[in-house]
Design a protein around this ligand. Structure first.
Ligand code: SAH
Length: 272
C-alpha cells in the first residue's frame, strides 16, 4: 500500500476541544459511559462533560481518576447498587437526577461501560424524558468489547465468526433470565455473557444441553482493562472449574466461541 500525502493546498480541519464539543448546560443531564476500567478508554466527549459538571452521580466500578476530571467544587454522589433493593434504589437515583437538573445544575450521570448495555441507562432515559429534563447520551466502551480486546480476543475475526451475541446471565430478580433462548445462544458463533459468574454452572450446562459442544473454547476476563485484569481460558465444559481453581471473582465477562482460541496467537501489550 502506498501512502499518498494530501495536496499541500488542502487544509485539514482539526477538532479543537472544547470549542467544537457541545456544552453541558445548566438543567441538563448527560448519561455518560465511563468505559470498562482503564481511564484512557474514556471518550473525549465524556471527559469534556466531566470537566463541566456541577454534580456527578456515579456507579461502582468507576475509576477514581475519571472522577478526578470533575471540577474541584463538583459534588460527587455515589449511586452504587450493591445490596439493598435495586429497583427502589434505581427510582431514588433517577429522582435525584431530576431534582439536580431542576435546581439548574449541570448533571453528569456516569455509568460503567456503555450506559445502554445492561446498565439501566434506558430506564433513566425514559424517566428523564417523562420528567421533561433535556439530556444527552454519551456512549462508552462496553466491557464486552473493551475487555475482549485487552485479553487479545477479537469479537469477530474473518473466517471464524460472522455474528456475536451479548447476553446477561443475571435478571432483575437475581436468577438466570428465563427469557434467554438457549437454542439460539448455543447456535450463536460467539456469545459474550455479562454477570454470568454466579450462575455459570447453570449457564454452561444449559448451552451444552441446547447442543453447544463442551469443547468450545471459552474464557473469563475479570476486572478487564484495569491493572488487576485476569484471564482464565478453558472450554465451555471446564470453565467453571478453571475459574474456581483460579479464584477468579466478578466483575467478569465470559466469552464462548472459537475466537477465544485466537488469543494465544495475539498477545497485545495493553497493560491490564
Ligand atoms: N454497562 C456496563 C455493564 C454493566 S453490568 C458495560 O457496558 O460494560 C455489570 C457487568 O458488566 C459485570 O457484572 C461484568 O459482567 C461486566 N463488567 C463491567 N466492567 C467490567 C470489567 N472491567 N471487567 C469485566 N467485566 C466487567
Amino acid at each position: 500500500m502506498s501512502a499518498v500525502p494530501p495536496p499541500a493546498s488542502v487544509t485539514r480541519p482539526a477538532l479543537v476541544p472544547p470549542c467544537d464539543l457541545p456544552q453541558l448546560l445548566p438543567g441538563w443531564v448527560w448519561l455518560v459511559g465511563a468505559g470498562p476500567g482503564d481511564p484512557g478508554l474514556l471518550t473525549l466527549l465524556a471527559a469534556h462533560g466531566l470537566m463541566q459538571a456541577d454534580v456527578v452521580v456515579y456507579d461502582a466500578l468507576v475509576d477514581e481518576r475519571i472522577l478526578g476530571l470533575a471540577p474541584a467544587g463538583a459534588e460527587l454522589v455515589y449511586a452504587g447498587k450493591r445490596g439493598g433493593k435495586p429497583s427502589a434504589q434505581q427510582r431514588a437515583i433517577t429522582e435525584s437526577l431530576i431534582d439536580f437538573a431542576r435546581e439548574g445544575r449541570r448533571v453528569l450521570r456516569l455509568k460503567g461501560g456503555d450506559p445502554f448495555v445492561f446498565g439501566r441507562g434506558a430506564e433513566e432515559a425514559v424517566d428523564l424524558t417523562q420528567a421533561g429534563i433535556p439530556f444527552r447520551v454519551v456512549p462508552g466502551i462496553t466491557a464486552g468489547i473493551g475487555g475482549l480486546a485487552y485479553a487479545g480476543i477479537p469479537a469477530t475475526a474473518r473466517d471464524v465468526n460472522t455474528a456475536v451475541t451479548f447476553a446477561t446471565g443475571h435478571s432483575a430478580d437475581g436468577t438466570v433470565p428465563c427469557t434467554l433462548n438457549w437454542a439460539a445462544l448455543a447456535a450463536s458463533p460467539v456469545v459474550v455473557f455479562y454477570m454470568a459468574i454466579k450462575h455459570l454452572p447453570q449457564i454452561t450446562s444449559n448451552l451444552v444441553a441446547a447442543g453447544r459442544s463442551a469443547d468450545t473454547p471459552a474464557a473469563a476476563i475479570a476486572e478487564a482493562t484495569t491493572p488487576r485484569q485476569r484471564v482464565v481460558q478453558a472450554t465451555l465444559g471446564t470453565l467453571h472449574q478453571a475459574i474456581t481453581e483460579a479464584g477468579l471473582e466478578p466483575p467478569a465477562i465470559v466469552v464462548i466461541g472459537d475466537v477465544v482460541s485466537l488469543a494465544p496467537q495475539m498477545m497485545p501489550q495493553n497493560g491490564g
